[in-house]
Design a protein around this ligand. Structure first.
Ligand code: ADP
Length: 238
């Protein structure tokens, strides 16, 4: 439990760090924007300014780069904001179906079966829609990346007890070595080289923990992986 706490703390500190950096960068960006704009105005006001075209192009390029940086800081702040929890009463089967909708085309194209074994009387639970969807999407994306063409992903849901419901996502993909399974929740850990960010599972872990749930992994190299998420039916104090 201590190890897990350290982990979710690490994750929320990444969120805070991202928001902090984004916020701090906005001030010098505003100054660069203002000064570059001023330089352009001064130039425009002087008909005799030497090599006006050349300078004007350089300044436009500075201003465009500033805009790009602003886009990045804006997205980073949005990311941190999404980490705030909004609780609603939700049918997890429906959220899972909704998420599958994003992947159905790729699954169909690669002939991957998405098999549903969902409980018909799964109780609705009080949880965060956007965050649960993110969790499902991250796990499903990894499952889809792990299976070969013609592979299979099995989605199950069931009522555990008075306090929890469970969702599991099982794939018959490449599986993980013990070493990979041990590190998969670490921020920036990836076995996908430049194709991976190593953030999906650490974000997933952070969300599930914040919602008062548990996440379990069973994996065997060359056989497949099962990720099981337990979620509380009622919101937990956090
Ligand atoms: P990324 O997918 O960008 O690498 P993640 O944090 O989502 O980052 O996953 C970390 C690592 O965990 C992956 O690189 C992969 O090695 C392993 N992993 C996650 N899910 C699976 C899966 N279903 N099957 C095999 N390996 C997986």
């Amino acid at each position: 439990a201590i190890h897990q706490m350290e982990h979710s703390q690490k994750l929320s500190s990444i969120g805070r760090l991202a928001a902090g950096v984004a916020h701090e960068i906005n001030n010098p960006l505003a100054i660069i924007n203002e000064k570059a704009g001023l330089m352009r105005d001064i130039m425009e006001l002087r008909p005799d300014f030497p090599e006006k075209d050349k300078f004007s192009k350089q300044i436009e390029s500075i201003l465009r780069s500033v805009d790009r940086c602003r886009g990045i800081t804006h997205r980073m702040l949005g990311f941190a904001k999404r980490m705030d929890v909004k609780i609603e009463i939700l049918d997890l089967n429906a959220v899972l179906e909704e998420t599958l909708g994003f992947l159905e085309r790729e699954a169909q194209y690669r002939n991957v079966e998405l098999k549903r074994e969902l409980s018909k009387n799964l109780p609705s639970i009080a949880t965060d829609h956007g965050q649960i969807q993110q969790v499902f999407l991250n796990i499903l994306n990894n499952a889809l990346a792990a299976v070969p063409d013609g592979g299979r992903i099995v989605l199950s849901s069931w009522n555990v007890d008075d306090h929890y419901v469970a969702i599991s996502i099982e794939d018959n993909g490449c599986g993980m070595s013990e070493e990979t399974a041990k590190n998969m929740f670490e921020p920036f850990f990836t076995t996908k080289k430049e194709k991976g960010t190593g953030l999906g599972m650490s974000i997933t872990y952070g969300i599930v923990k914040r919602l008062g749930g548990e996440i379990k992994v069973k994996s065997k190299l060359n056989e497949g992986t099962t990720m099981t998420i337990l979620l509380p039916k009622h919101p937990v104090e956090g």
